[in-house]
Ligand binder design. Structure first.
Ligand SMILES: [Cu+2]
Length: 155
């Protein structure tokens, strides 16, 4: 093996490792379903009664087409919305309802703290660590999916 080949191998290795950002790394941890949508590793934050919580998860769309999240509900919350986090400027972060509830085909969308999340509002029960929250997601193609998310304080 001459010096040129070794240098090329190292360069290739560097490109591979530098490309594996958090987002692409999580895509490779999951095997997409043959069709439709699967939810992986859902979890929820603790919350007080009448307060709020957030649910995070990986949405695996195995279908070739983009799917749209058309409705969200939970027996534990009066109001459930898909939220996105945005930069309000001056170091302040805000969140608002996502106007693009789209999940591209053959890909994984990750909901995580500081990013996209399902917001539970008007909680009708206390969500303590170790409890579980049921969440119903309705997609235009994949239909209704019910997820049981364990409550924990850290991701
Ligand atoms: Cu939110």
């Amino acid at each position: 093996m001459n010096k040129y080949i070794i240098a090329t191998l190292f360069a290739g290795l560097f490109i591979i490792t530098s490309c594996s950002s958090e987002e692409t790394a999580s895509e490779h941890e999951f095997i997409l379903p043959d069709e439709g949508i699967e939810i992986a590793e859902a979890w929820a934050r603790p919350g007080r009664e009448n307060g709020v919580s957030a649910v995070y998860m990986h949405v695996l769309n195995g279908s070739a087409d983009t799917d749209t999240l058309v409705s969200l509900s939970s027996p534990s919350a009066g109001l459930v919305e898909l939220h996105e986090t945005f930069d309000r400027g001056e170091g302040m972060m805000g969140m608002r309802e996502s106007e693009e509830p789209y999940f591209p085909g053959k890909s994984v969308v990750t909901m995580r703290p500081g990013g996209l999340h399902v917001m539970l509002m008007q909680l009708n029960e206390v969500l303590t660590e170790g409890a579980e929250v049921e969440l119903n997601l309705v997609f235009s193609h994949a239909g209704e999916i019910t997820v049981t998310a364990p409550v924990r304080s850290q991701d």
